[in-house]
Write a protein that binds this ligand. Structure first.
Ligand code: COA
Length: 330
């Protein structure tokens, strides 16, 4: 078992601690940097509990502060997180100034991170993960252990995003078939669907009100997990936008993908010069994004003047103060 904890909030010079439980007892390694490197000192204990007690007494490290990491590889330095070794150690001919790292099952020349003197705050997210030795641990945790992934990012002062690799891009014709199935499956989970939303989307794409730049898909590891369309419509005396449909793959509900699509759709719409987005939808969902019933702006749904579900969001504040009239959307 190996685990690390960062000790950033103490006034001591030790910034990171590692416990390594081996067959010969428990090692405690102390580091004066959070970068992945040789430790500053090491202590030996009979068992993990004794090492943990020392970490609690001296550095206030609590049980939940620990981040479990993989076991060291053969011939690798025990105090490194990454699989790093002195070249030739496996053949008992160590070349002490030469380092190697295991990447995709190949040993590759390596320059230890402690030679990098840059401040943490000047590093990109990926550089922080790499130089602290946590890239692989983070990538694995993202798939298997969300709490661990969050702990790593918190320790490195990085923000946690449920889907760091979520991309939102313009939809292309080659996406249509995948989007069709995704929309169908998504709306099938609702009570109010009539089962035709995917065909309605096909119709929208064939009208001259369609704006290809505002038909977006959310993509996660090459899979389409959401879509949004904003198309043109005459509203009162103005041509503005209607948002419809919006859907997320059911396996990905509740992970912020719908929110990301709305925010990105509105951002791109504003960049194209549009000033307001209308929709028919659940106020409980859309009000969090700044949508309000259109009647608050003296714009009334043709069939129901007080429909709370007929909503609008100003992209440019105050724009709707000069717009009044009726709207007919479903
Ligand atoms: C509605 C939908 C797009 C939301 O996408 P999502 O990625 O799951 O939503 P987000 O993760 O961005 O937002 C989740 C939040 O919205 C809430 N929410 C989701 N759907 C909601 C709904 N229909 N009514 C009210 N709140 C809703 C969740 O409870 C969650 O709230 P919380 O953050 O307070 O826990 C998605 O559920 C979906 O595709 N549903 C089927 C198709 C559909 O109904 N489209 C909308 C037509 S108007």
């Amino acid at each position: 078992m190996r685990k690390i904890a960062f000790t950033a909030n103490n006034n001591k010079c030790i910034k990171k601690i590692m416990i390594y439980e081996s067959n010969n007892g428990t090692y405690l390694f102390g580091y004066d940097t959070i970068f992945d490197c040789n430790c500053l000192w090491d202590n030996w204990y009979e068992n993990v509990e004794q090492a943990e007690k020392c970490c609690y007494d001296d550095y206030n490290i609590k049980p939940n502060d620990w981040i479990y990491i993989s076991e060291p590889h053969d011939f690798c330095n025990l105090d490194y997180i990454m699989p790093v070794r002195i070249k030739g150690r496996d053949k008992r001919q160590p070349e002490f100034d030469q380092w190697e790292i295991l990447v995709n099952d190949n040993w590759t020349a390596f320059s230890p991170p402690y030679e990098d003197k840059r401040e943490l705050s000047t590093l990109t997210d990926n550089e922080r993960l790499f130089l602290t030795g946590l890239t692989n641990e983070f990538e694995k945790a993202k798939k298997q252990d969300n709490q661990k992934a969050k702990k790593i990012l918190a320790a490195l002062n990085l923000e946690f995003s449920e889907h760091p690799t979520l991309t939102i891009r313009k939809e292309t014709p080659s996406d249509y078939a995948e989007v069709y199935d995704m929309v169908k499956n998504s709306f099938a989970t609702t009570d109010y669907s009539d089962g035709t939303e995917q065909d309605y989307l096909n119709e929208i794409r064939n009208k001259d009100t369609f704006i290809p730049e505002l038909s977006l898909v959310a993509v996660l590891e090459d899979k389409i997990v959401g879509q949004i369309v904003l198309y043109k419509m005459q509203i009162a005396d103005e041509v503005q936008l209607v948002l419809s449909p919006l859907s997320v793959h059911p396996d990905y509900f509740g992970q912020g993908i719908g929110a990301s699509l709305i925010e990105e759709g509105c951002r791109r719409a504003l960049a194209l010069g549009y000033k307001a987005v209308f929709l028919c939808g659940s106020p409980a969902y859309y009000e969090r994004f700044g949508f309000v019933p259109t009647y608050e702006h003296e714009i009334y749904h043709k069939k129901n003047k007080t429909a709370k579900w007929c909503m609008v969001k100003e992209l440019e504040e105050g724009y709707l103060s000069g717009v009044q009239g009726f709207i007919d959307i479903e």
